[in-house]
Design a protein around this ligand. Sequence first.
Ligand code: AR6
Length: 183
Amino acid sequence: MQKEFFNNRVIVKVGDITQEKADAIVNAANSTLLGGGGVDGAIHARGGKRILEECREIRKNKFPDGLPTGEAVITSGGNLLTRFVIHTVGPIYRMNAGKEAKLLAKCYVNSLALAVENNLQTVAFPSISTGAFAYPKSEAAQVSSKSIEEFLSANETIEQVRLVFFSEPDALLFVKHQAFVLA
Ligand code: AR6
C-alpha cells in the first residue's frame, strides 16, 4: 500500500528503510550513536563501518556524553543507497516524565531542519520510538504527522518526506491515526 498526504509531499509506504533511495534516511538511534538493534542495527549492518566511524567522531567532538533525546546529527550514507543518514534519538516511552510527545516531535523537526541545512530534498523516516522504545504506534502517528505538517507548512525546500513502515498493519495503523489536515 502507498498513501499520500500534504499535497503529495508526504508518502506513507511499507518497506525496509535501508532500501530507500532518498537524499537521507533517518536512523532511530540511541544516545550512544554506536548502534543497536531494529532500524539502527539494519542501517549499520548495511551501511558499513564508515557510518560508525563518523558517529564515533561526532561523539568525540560534539557529544561526549551522548546525543540527547530529540536531537539529530548527520553522517554520510556509507554503502546505503542514500547520500546521508540522519541519526536521531527518540524518547523511551514512560521514561520522560510526560515529555514524550514533545521529544518525539523534536526528533522529526530537528531531523528535517538538518536536512534543510544540508540542502536535501527527500527524507525517509522510520517510525521512531515505536519498536524497542515502546511508544504506542497510534500516539506516535498523531505526533509525527502533526510535527511533519507543521514543518513542511513553513518550508519549501523539502520535496518529499517518506514514512516507511516495516509492515502493512503498521502503515495502516498510521493512516488511521495520523492528524494531517491536508490530504
Ligand atoms: N525498516 C523500516 N522500519 C523498521 C525496520 C526497517 N529495516 N526495522 C524495524 N523497523 P526500533 P526505536 C520499525 O526498535 O523504538 C535500537 O536498538 C519497527 O517495527 O528500530 O526508536 C536502537 O539502537 C518499529 O516500528 O527503534 C535504540 O536503542 C520502528 O521501526 C532503540 O532500538 C522503530 O523500531 C530505538 O528504539
